[in-house]
Design a protein around this ligand. Structure first.
Ligand SMILES: Nc1ncnc2c1ncn2[C@@H]1O[C@H](COP(=O)(O)OP(=O)(O)OP(=O)(O)O)[C@@H](O)[C@H]1O
Length: 600
């Protein structure tokens, strides 16, 4: 299981949300803010926010939050933890744009996508201009070309400016108007193309517009409260949830919309205390959310917006039971009474079919086609037998060090198949003069967070990772993704290489191929062709050979980047929104068999 449930004792039943809180739990000012190891505050922007001082206020003195010792799950519900926390260092709630600036202050960012608040300066949007878009569904709202042309709340518009997002990316142009019109959406768009904002903006705007009369937290027995969020954003990994929290707090800055995160592997106490203050938006991983639901600390009965990031991953065999439980077996409103949005860079048809259970009269949006923005990633595949891989890796790292990229520190992400291999390679690289860290499911959450921070900061410019880091992570300066071990599934390859070449920037991806990867040869060839990459002749020869050998058969077939609305193949009505189109990408009807996060 991705996240295990704790043995929480049963707690009071969920109060009626319509009853105003009769008893509020006082939280001392100095306890209102706590931080996870990524530097994200668990608290909202609602308390004690320093006034925005204009653009210059974005440049701040770097300050990294110290690692705070968490409280244990056992004590987390009670007053004891609060009492204990009083000894903690007082923290002021911080401008979320300042937190992003800390990485700028560490010298790993200059005038680029992460500069000045981790947002969009320096992005090459021309790379996206001729991307074809296909939209299917009934009465699809038209796209917008500018943020000004989209009816967002003023405070949100100001945050978009603070983020230096000058114009919407193609997925944002289409998805935001569709979502603002209240439609359900299944959206498939390239890695690094701004999907997070595409679902966050309409959610924040919707929450602001329909300010609830009801409390976001309910009265409770004793000190325990139940939180009634309006929006739920689910993601498959803790790191991605933390990242979405960071982004959404920037977007929700000064809007009064409170965002709280809940993910496993970390003491639940901070999260409970944060939830006790109420939350309009909860960003969560499924396991921890189920824990909170079963403890009756969160109720989903007021949910109006449900977003699944990396939705195909969330609905594959690893997560589907948990997602069904959250969405269908708890107290969440039915499709049609809530708005549901599913986003990913890959959307196999079978997953679409599953996902349609959660949707009502939805629009299907595909952004991208063969040879479009994935050309930003220059892909190369090399034939490297197992025994030569480490040597070749050193060569690549050496070349990179010699050449530098953009004459500044660049980061390299190395994907391996097993946790053991990740540990081993980390130590081996460090021993050979390449400071490295690693991230995988056997590490504790603080270890994972430390690894990611060390990588982001450039202290260890190489990170060895399993697929736990393959989806969603937006780390500036990842210049090179090396598939030391190729994944078994081409979708995983697409997500892995998508850690570079993000937001209009270029990147490089190298894959080591050997006999054991035979089954991936065909889909890898197609994926490279789709992105106008040069496919070596020897790889074509592998495609011509019959497949053999063990392993899961996930990479064969005609899966391509992108997706096609499965309703088209089953007679549902649709129309092409963009005639420049080009060939829309085929997908393979093959049930994914992803490994769960815990075993990655
Ligand atoms: N309109 C915009 N202008 C400039 N930068 C943007 C814009 N929208 C998003 N970005 C930036 O682009 C980067 C990638 O965005 P995001 O992480 O949302 O991509 P994604 O499509 O979700 O990727 P993945 O498929 O890997 O999860 C982020 O750094 C984000 O701040």
């Amino acid at each position: 299981m991705a996240m295990s449930l704790t043995d929480a004792a049963a707690e009071p039943t969920v109060p009626d949300a319509a009853v105003p809180a009769t008893r509020r739990t006082y939280v001392p000012r100095f306890l209102r803010n706590s931080y996870d190891h990524f530097g994200n505050s668990f608290s909202s922007c609602r308390f004690d926010i320093p006034p925005h001082r204009g653009p210059s206020s974005l440049q701040t003195t770097p300050r990294i939050p110290s690692n705070r010792r968490g409280t244990s799950d056992r004590e987390s519900d009670g007053r004891a933890s609060r009492h204990r926390s009083r000894r903690g260092k007082a923290r002021r709630d911080r401008n979320p744009f300042e937190i992003a600036d800390e990485f700028v202050g560490l010298g790993i960012s200059d005038n680029d996508a992460s500069g000045g608040g981790g947002c969009g300066e320096g992005i090459n949007f021309d790379a996206y201009d001729d991307i074809p878009v296909e939209v299917s569904g009934l009465d699809v709202p038209p796209p917008a070309t500018t943020f000004e042309g989209i009816d967002l709340e003023e405070a949100l518009n100001q945050n978009i400016q603070r983020c230096r997002f000058v114009k919407p990316t193609p997925v944002q142009r289409h998805a935001i108007p569709i979502l603002l019109a209240g439609r359900d959406l299944m959206a498939c768009a390239q890695t690094g193309s701004g999907k997070t904002a595409a679902f966050c903006f309409p959610i924040i705007s919707g929450v602001m517009r329909n300010r609830r009369q009801l409390p976001t937290k309910g009265p409770s027995d004793g000190d325990l409260t139940t939180t009634f969020p309006r929006a739920l954003i689910l993601s498959p990994t803790r790191e991605l949830s933390s990242q979405i929290l960071g982004e959404s707090k920037k977007f929700a800055y000064h809007t009064g919309v409170r965002v709280v995160v809940a993910y496993g592997g970390t003491p639940i106490g901070h999260q409970l205390r944060d939830l006790e203050k109420g939350a309009e938006i909860i960003v969560a991983t499924p396991g921890r959310l189920l824990d909170l639901l079963e403890r009756a600390r969160v109720s989903l009965k007021e949910i109006k917006y449900l977003a699944l990031d990396e939705a195909d991953r969330m609905l594959d065999m690893g997560f589907e039971p948990q997602i069904r439980k959250i969405v269908q077996q708890m107290d969440m409103p039915q499709p049609g009474l809530r708005q549901t949005m599913l986003f990913s860079a890959t959307f196999p048809q079978e997953i679409q079919r599953l996902a349609s259970d959660f949707l009502s009269n939805y629009v299907f949006l595909t952004v991208g086609r063969i040879g479009s923005s994935t050309v930003l990633i220059s892909q190369r595949v090399e034939y490297v037998p197992d025994m030569d891989k480490r040597g070749r890796l050193l060569d690549l790292l050496h070349e990179q060090r010699e050449n530098g990229i953009h004459s500044k520190q660049s980061l390299t992400l190395v994907f391996v198949e097993t946790k053991r291999a990740a540990d081993y390679l980390e130590h081996w690289l460090s021993k050979n003069g390449y400071p490295a860290t690693s991230i995988h499911g056997n590490k504790t959450q603080p270890e994972r967070e430390r690894a990611l921070r060390s990588f982001k900061s450039g202290a260890t410019p190489v990170m060895v990772a399993t697929d736990v880091a393959s989806r969603g992570l937006d780390v500036p300066h990842v210049a090179h993704v090396i598939n030391f071990d190729l994944p078994k599934d081409i979708d995983d390859y697409v997500h892995r290489i998508g850690r570079t070449g993000r937001a209009g920037k270029t990147g490089k991806a190298t894959a080591f191929f050997h006999e054991g990867n035979q089954r991936l040869a065909k889909s890898l060839t197609e994926c490279m062709e789709d992105a106008n990459q040069e496919v070596p002749d020897w790889l074509y020869n592998h495609v011509a050979r019959p497949s053999y050998g063990g392993g899961r058969r996930r990479g064969s077939g005609t899966r391509r980047f992108g997706g096609r609305d499965f309703r088209k193949d089953t007679g549902g009505g649709s129309h092409a929104a963009n005639s420049q189109g080009g060939r829309m990408l085929g997908v393979e009807i093959l049930r994914l068999n992803h490994m769960e996060e815990a075993i990655l």
